[in-house]
Design a protein around this ligand. Structure first.
Ligand code: EPU
Length: 429
């Protein structure tokens, strides 16, 4: 068990390099199942969700070899459908991608209940609706989600009732090897949807329109392996952009696609932060207290829900009163008590919050309740006076590689150390 210790107040200067995007890499790793061949995936972020995904494939009989820290060779020739271990599947939400991938490759799927960040309810009815429209039957058996397409999958039009990243990816996975053409209407448009389509097309799929709200998938008979590089993580980039805005200083955030962070750039600019876009990096600089702002999270290209906690932390330090309205998840304010412990003035009502900015957050001992909440606490700790200690780091490790090293590299006073329990101290004496 470890904790992060931050002595706040340092301005940040230098360069931060962004890793590959977790939420693009996850569906692509599971999409390898459809190829029944060898794929080499580059720019995988070395975070725990990726390790768990690779471990799931390995335990199902895939050959998985790490060629270096960010490149994996995945050979799914001999993988056996329906054999993912429940304890691994329950560690993350992305194990739902096994449903579409197994169904597409084997005509059936069996997966234990998925886990992931806890936002109260995370239904998968739209995934199931899509699979059923393609010809699969669905049942829950001893806590497992089971799908069966006895007569094969047949292309059709699926209209998603709401915009869902997971359902769009999963229907795309199932439809790639189906007979005929599938059209996904009201599809998600996130860059990771485009990345999954690009990966599948590189493997021989015929997918058109990813990045718009209508995706057309013409089923093909088989796929082949390929080499593929995952896009940079726009949420990791946005997190460091918010950190610089909170502390002041000047940082070049490198290995990013500036277009993907446009909504974040626009909001920071509105707050008085200077953001300069270059080909593959962004310079963020700030020398004064940020202005208040209103934020509403929406599906891409709107402001991302996965940046909501980090920006809420930033707005705690703004001049004036800000509002944050969560448009995707019903319960994504579970972190506010931790920020209140640091002096933030935060009122939450349902899916909206009002934040009264203060110029003196103060360090405290806090707990990360989920992945982006952990990042928000890091940002608050960097901006606060005094020492902040953050625990429950396994939440943060799911999606940020070496956040401590990257921030220390630009001048933050931040370390990660083992938690020394009072009782073991006592025994040692
Ligand atoms: N929804 C349904 N039914 C469905 C699917 C979704 O009602 O069948 C609802 C959800 O309850 C939610 C909304 O639709 O209110 C959007 O959910 P979506 O399916 O888009 O989310 P997801 O695929 O489960 C991914 C990311 C999340 C990110 C959301 C939204 C992964 C592994 N997870 O989740 O990322 O918040 O999209 O952009 O890609 C994170 O990285 O911190 C994270 C939580």
């Amino acid at each position: 068990m470890e904790q992060i210790v931050i002595n706040g107040g340092n301005k940040l200067y230098g360069d931060i390099y962004i890793d590959g995007m977790k939420n693009a890499a996850l569906p692509i790793i599971f999409a390898c199942i459809l190829t029944g061949d060898k794929c080499v995936i580059e720019n995988l972020p070395p975070v725990s969700d990726i390790n768990v995904s690779l471990e799931i494939l390995r335990s199902m009989g895939a050959g998985v070899r790490l060629l270096n820290k960010t490149t994996a060779e995945i050979d799914t020739t001999h993988i056996v459908g329906g054999t993912s271990p429940d304890d691994l599947a329950s560690k993350m939400r992305a194990s739902t991608y096994l449903l579409g991938a197994e169904l597409g490759r084997f005509g059936s799927a069996k997966v234990g209940a998925p886990g992931g960040c806890d936002f109260n309810s995370r239904p998968i009815d739209q995934h199931i609706k899509g699979f059923e429209a393609l010809g699969a039957t669905y049942k829950l058996e001893n806590g497992h989600i089971c799908l069966d397409a006895e007569n094969g999958l047949k292309g059709t039009t699926v209209y998603c009732d709401m915009i869902s990243v997971g359902a769009t990816c999963n229907i795309m996975l199932a439809a790639t090897l189906a007979e005929g053409t599938t059209v996904i209407e009201n599809a998600a448009r996130e860059p990771h949807i485009v990345d999954l389509a690009n990966f599948l097309n590189t493997c021989g799929a015929d997918i058109y329109g990813a990045g718009t709200n209508t995706i057309k998938i013409r089923g093909v008979k088989s796929l082949h392996g390929c080499e593929y590089t995952i896009i940079p993580d726009m949420i990791e980039a946005g997190t460091y952009m918010a950190a610089v805005a909170a502390t002041g200083g000047r940082v070049n955030i490198r290995n990013v696609i500036p277009k993907h962070v446009e909504s974040i750039t626009a909001k920071l600019t509105e707050m008085g932060v200077c953001v300069e876009e270059h080909d593959d990096y962004i310079s963020v600089s700030s020398n004064s207290r940020i202005n208040r702002a209103n934020i509403k999270t929406l599906p891409y290209p709107g402001f991302p829900t996965d940046m909501q906690p980090q920006f809420a932390a930033l707005l705690c330090t703004a001049e004036g009163v800000s509002t944050v309205s969560e448009g995707i998840w019903d319960h994504r304010f579970q972190y506010v008590n931790e920020l209140r412990n640091m002096g933030a003035q935060f009122m939450v009502e349902g899916k909206s919050a009002t934040i009264i900015g203060t110029d003196h957050l103060s360090g405290a001992k806090v707990k990360s309740v989920d992945l982006r909440a952990g990042a928000a606490l890091v940002i608050a700790g960097l901006a606060a006076e005094g020492q902040t200690i953050i625990e429950n780091l396994q939440t943060l490790d799911r999606g940020y590689y070496d956040i401590v090293g990257k921030l220390r590299g630009v001048g933050a006073d931040i370390i990660r150390r083992p938690i020394i329990k009072a009782s073991s101290n006592h025994l040692a004496k």
